[in-house]
Write a protein that binds this ligand. Sequence first.
Ligand code: IMP
Length: 419
Amino acid sequence: MNTILVGAQWGDEGKGKIIDVLTGEVDVVVRCQGGNNAGHTVEVGKEKFVLQLIPSGILWPKKTCVIGNGVVIDMVALVGEIQGLEKRGVKTKGRLLLSETAHLVFPYHKLLDEAREQRKGKIGTTKRGIGPAYSDKVARVGLRLGDILKPALFKEKLKERIATNNGVLKAFGGKTVDFAKTHAEYEAAAKILRPYLANTVVWLHESLAKKKKMLFEGAQGTFLDIDFGTYPYVTSSNTTAGGASTGSGIPPHRMDRVVGCMKAYTTRVGEGALPTESDELGDLFHGMGREFGANTRRPRRCGWFDAVATGYAQLVNGFDELAVTNLDGLDSLSEIKVCVAYEVRGKRLKYPPVDFRDWDACKPVYRTFKGWKSDTSKIRSYKKLPLRAREYLKALADLTGAPLKIVSVGAQRDATLFV
Ligand code: IMP
């Protein structure tokens, strides 16, 4: 069984936790897109891990993790992550494979990202250089991880890229990059990373032939997808199910199941439309100390569950199963709203508009549910959830159009209820 897990909303759906749970069933975990803009939080016992590039499967001693060709890799950040894990007793050697064709993120990508974010019309990016790195990939001028196997060529290409990008950075009026310093940093990182490189396409197919089971873990969420999201307020990769194939080299028909992960409400970081945004919910969650970015610590914007959005996510991803997280966040509410349609200039929409400017004009049409007003965070069986909570969950799944399989009521592994 090969499973794709993706976010059905705007990212931060609690995928790290669900991935960790699903990893128990597989042999190999594959990351297919995005970079260290992602931040997956996993709690194991009393320990908390925040993973940015390395799949959370690394926390399971017998699993192999792959960073596929669709990912953009900041080598220095990756070395930091590997060393941080090793220091805490998590072995990575022989268990982590890096695609030679994954593109690299350099300091000039980060500076360009920062410079663009200072201009009018900013996206609210993580400033990790993700967009500029993917731009270079598509423009066919990027450096790939495999280039570190040819140090002289790597040096020459990097020198040229830094010279060109320094010209652009100067035009922005900002800082430039020092070649010698950057090359030394990346050469030191290359020394550590070289043993991890592999032809991951071939390795994955050989593993499939040996009947190994795989989990393709998505980063970010459907509405941050470069094609299907609220463009231009999106990330620069395909965060939806198709990205698992193009980002790994495993064809679509070898995938058996798509699991959609969504929160029992909605959150978003960065700019862009969020039709169900509610200050009341934001205040509630932030007051509880929840909904701050795992990566940048930015407070997330919060809103009611948006079934118009998740219904569209169902079209694009074809979810076979749903995992709903953070149910416990709603425990204290007497009434809970769910957006079932958008209204734009007197017209009712069942699916979101294509143009982001029309998203801003969308008024949510709500259905109101009675809250269960009790603590669900200690519950360890789906049947023991209050009836109103189960009714609410059933409505989310029906409105989205896929069966509910997993509910999460807390960060711990055992706070996971199977329907
Ligand atoms: P970028 O991916 O850093 O270019 O940021 C583009 C948009 O995607 C911004 O709105 C970010 O806040 C958002 N974004 C990127 N990665 C994540 C994530 O892991 N969780 C939630 N939002 C993200």
